[in-house]
Design a protein around this ligand. Structure first.
Ligand code: HSE
Length: 431
């Protein structure tokens, strides 16, 4: 048979929530996929840990194997899909198949964020391709639009909601009231948060995704450890209420951009103006706002997790790989080639919202203003809310470096009139 119309044989490594969605769509949308890819797609092996395990979609048992060698050593396989998650054995399997010149489509954000450079180098050495659209934003097309559609522009900034769990929690606190713990319990009940949501609420999941976005947007391949992150655990209902009064919504944002000849990358709870399109992203949705030098503002929106949304991103990558089989690949080595220029967090400049609990007596504001002045922190707004013998002062600063703000905060903590600083949240204007 002419090789250009021969079936493409795929090895599926892993078959849980995402893998069974891939299987389901390969069957259900076979005609659409054949047309898009130019050749029929056939699943030759499905490597699983357990033959029997709960899966959202039925999977053909005859293709399943628990023997990794059977799936990895078949010379007839043209490309692999890795949806096992975690670092090992996913990394070893990925390097093995790339070493043999087989292309790889993966949804594994930890793998790409930690070992992106190693994967791209292994692929470049044998002429294979690695694609990872599903690793960031689930079903939201983001990686290919940024690398191909925006290939003629210079991306200045990416700012987004890349974790559905935390968006659900903050959105629910804002729409229904209640505490962080109450909203998280509800998220677990609805299946939006995992039984152990630590990676999500701590910002670690978003940091891995931002590291990957930096490799595409800025060709600055950081590992996820290099990305500054703060979780949402300390966000209080009062902060969400204060933010609303001041004209902001609180979101866990992943923000990266070019500044002073380098790139900054950070994940933290953020106050964003209510009129900014990211402020209205509800429930467990993801959305990424991209600013290109020439194109201006762009926004992507959709389901960042779930079996079928994530499976569509994987199959889009498969279509792309199949269309290019037999052509010289475009090396993505450069994506991870400039890791050295990350701007230290100390030098990053943002605005800050903070709340000070202070004793309510004459001269207190003057002392506070003195500390801010000494540390070159300029204040944009100050609102005092009295509560009994003490008062709360809600402040927003002008843009200031992390270093200077931290020094001011330490100075305030030393003041006898400051009882507590219960909240500090960065403020982003969006441009
Ligand atoms: N746990 C992630 C989220 C989805 O809540 O968005 C997988 O990346």
């Amino acid at each position: 048979m002419n090789d250009s119309v021969r079936e493409v044989n795929i090895g599926l490594l892993g078959c849980g929530t995402i893998g069974s969605g891939v299987f389901h769509l390969l069957r259900k949308n076979a005609a659409e996929l054949t047309e898009a890819a130019g050749r029929p797609l056939s699943l030759a092996h499905i490597l699983v840990k357990e033959l029997e395990e709960p899966r959202p979609f039925l999977v053909d048992r005859t293709r399943m194997t628990t023997n990794a060698r059977e799936a990895l050593n078949d010379p007839e396989i043209d490309l692999y899909i890795e949806v096992m998650g975690g670092l090992e054995p996913a990394r070893s399997y990925a390097l093995e198949v790339l070493g043999r010149g087989k292309s790889l489509v993966t949804s594994n954000k930890e793998l790409v964020a930690h070992h992106g450079r190693e994967l791209m180098e292994a692929a470049a050495a044998t002429g294979a391709t690695v694609r990872f659209e599903a690793a960031v934003g689930g079903g939201v097309p983001l990686i290919r639009p940024m690398e191909e559609s925006l290939g003629g522009d210079v991306i200045q900034k990416v700012m987004g909601i890349v974790n559905g769990t935390t968006n659900y929690v903050l959105w629910r606190m804002s729409s229904e009231g209640g505490t962080y713990s109450e909203a998280l319990t509800e998220a677990k009940k609805l299946g939006y948060a995992e039984a152990d949501p630590t990676a999500d609420v701590s910002g670690n999941d978003a940091a891995s995704k931002l590291a990957i976005l930096c490799s595409i947007a800025f060709k600055a391949g950081y590992t996820s450890e290099q990305v500054y992150r703060e979780g949402i655990q300390k966000v209080r209902p009062e902060d969400i209420e204060n933010a609303r009064e001041l004209g902001y919504a609180v979101k866990l944002l992943a923000v990266a951009g070019r500044a002073d000849g380098g790139v900054y990358a950070r994940v933290h709870p953020t106050m964003i103006p209510l009129e900014h399109p990211l402020a209205s992203i509800s429930g467990n949705f993801n959305s990424i706002f991209v600013i290109g030098e020439s194109v201006g503002d762009l926004m992507f929106y959709g389901q960042g997790a779930g079996s079928l949304p994530t499976a569509t991103a994987i199959l889009g990558d498969v279509v792309n790989v199949v269309r290019n089989l037999g052509r010289p690949p475009v090396s993505k080595r450069s994506y991870w080639s400039r890791p050295g220029e990350l701007i230290p967090m100390d030098d990053v400049k943002t605005r800050f919202y903070t709340v000070l609990k202070v004793v309510d007596r004459p001269g207190v504001l003057a002392q506070i203003a003195g500390i801010f002045g000494e540390n070159e922190v300029s204040l944009e707004s100050v609102v005092q809310k009295g509560i009994g013998d003490s008062a709360q002062i809600v402040l927003i600063t002008h843009e200031v470096s992390e270093k200077n703000f931290r020094a001011a905060r330490e100075g305030l903590q030393r003041l006898e009139v400051v009882q507590e600083i219960p909240s500090v949240i960065r403020v982003e204007e969006g441009a």
